[in-house]
Design a protein around this ligand. Structure first.
Ligand code: HMG
Length: 388
């Protein structure tokens, strides 16, 4: 079967952020708890002029050529922060990105897991339809509320991936192990704008799913930790992935343990400064690993662990390709970090309460938002998306 996988990957987060040392002080916590105990240093903040659709469009637009825009015949939009209970975010993307009208568009939801399902659907579709290209986007806003334990784990952003045959970045292996269980660790009823969460329970379930799937993966495939160069974890906060990795590290030699920990550090460079982005988190971690590892080579096997509360987990592997650096948007995150503006805690709190809600017509000030695609307001209950 022809190899299929991620040919291009691109990321977007809004131009605003808060500093976790300042947030810790404002919440009467030791900064060490947020910086080390949770493992977050900064957090993306969403202005009213961005939502999951604009973030997804801003991510995808940076990587697509004119030829890609013609060739894409399926758009899969993964989110748990959707803006409509009926219409999919993918339809907006088709117009904003100038994609071919002969395109399938669909939105998917299962907490932070849906991006992985979208990616696997794309892989299997391209395998059956050689020459097709599928755009998979994972776009979310992680909101727990001011002064909650989850506040330090908020964040936002979108990851866009182009799935093709003979991909430049990684091939997606067919070794997926997955598991679901009806668990109330984190959920958001349709009337709520902030997530409800049983925080410590959710962290325990995450680790339990990882360990169970890792054991099953080894039993089914016959592979061991020695077959892996590195791992990318869903990172609701980066300490969570570190705990999962530490759970299996004793299976490796001392030398490999040090190497895997070094790769893990590479895999969390970006997530530490963005926060949780739900569906996109594990793929931001993969992007971070690909961009920041100094030792990755063609043929290396990476383990990918996707977890979505409620709950579903999936573990699979991906193989690094010779030209993987060419599929990345060069210096993308470094430019984003260099240009974004820090908000004081009072300014962040004010913006937190200014998300677009209600049905009244309004015009938003888009002049302060440097992103290409912005939300300009609401007219007749229709979101007004513009490119500027
Ligand atoms: P908390 O209860 O305030 O924190 O909230 P804590 O008291 O457990 O402390 C956290 C860590 O900091 C501990 O380390 C402390 O020891 C350490 P640990 O025992 O975990 O290794 N600590 C310090 N370290 C250094 N210096 C210090 C210091 N003080 C303490 N001075 C909690 C933590 C995660 C519960 C909270 O942030 C929360 O509820 N977050 C949201 C839920 C979440 O992210 N869950 C993760 C698993 S579920 C998941 O991944 C799915 C999800 O993405 C949603 C989806 O699927 O859609 C969330």
């Amino acid at each position: 079967m022809v190899p299929v996988g991620i040919d291009k990957i691109s990321f977007f987060a809004p131009h605003l952020y808060t500093d976790m040392t300042e947030l810790a002080r404002a919440r009467n916590e030791e900064p060490g708890k947020y910086l080390v105990g949770i493992g977050q240093t900064e957090q993306a903040v969403v202005p009213p002029t961005q939502d999951v659709v604009t973030m997804a469009a801003n991510a995808a637009d940076q990587m697509l050529t004119a030829a890609d825009r013609q060739a894409i015949d399926t758009i899969i939009f993964a989110t748990e922060s959707g803006i409509d209970n009926s219409k999919s975010g993918a339809v907006y993307l088709q117009r904003l990105l100038g994609l071919n009208e002969w395109t399938r568009t669909i939105e998917m939801k299962q907490a932070c897991y849906a991006g992985t399902y979208g990616l696997m659907q794309a892989r299997d579709y391209v395998a059956l339809h050689p020459g097709s290209k599928v755009l998979v986007v994972a776009s979310d806003i992680a909101r727990y509320g001011l002064h909650t334990p989850g506040e330090v784990t908020q964040g936002a952003g979108a990851v866009a991936m182009l799935v093709t045959e003979n991909p430049r970045i990684v091939t997606l292996e067919r070794d997926n192990q997955f598991k679901s269980a009806d668990i109330m660790d984190f959920w958001r009823p349709v009337y709520a704008t902030e997530a409800l969460v049983d925080g410590h329970f959710s962290a325990d379930v995450y680790r339990d799913f990882f360990k169970t799937l890792w054991e099953r993966y080894k039993a089914v495939t016959g592979r061991t930790i020695h077959d892996f160069k590195g791992f990318a974890f869903h990172l609701p906060y980066t300490k969570q992935g570190l705990k999962a990795l530490r759970d299996i590290l004793p299976e490796a030699s001392e030398t490999q343990q040090a190497a895997l920990l070094a790769e893990f550090e590479a895999s969390r460079v970006y997530n530490k400064r963005i926060g949780n982005l739900y569906t996109g988190s594990v793929y931001l971690s993969l992007l971070s690993l690909l961009s920041n590892s100094t030792t990755l080579q063609a043929g290396d096997r990476l383990g990918i662990f996707s977890y979505g509360s409620g709950a579903e987990g999936e573990f699979y592997s991906a193989i690094v390709q010779p030209d993987f650096k060419q599929g990345l948007v060069s210096g993308q995150l470094e430019t984003l970090f260099a240009k974004r503006q820090q908000l004081s805690i009072p300014a962040y709190e004010q913006l937190f309460n200014e998300q677009l809600s209600g049905a009244e017509d309004r015009v938003l000030d888009i002049s302060q938002d440097p992103a290409k695609f912005v939300l300009a307001g609401l007219q007749r209950q229709q979101r007004q998306y513009v490119a500027h």
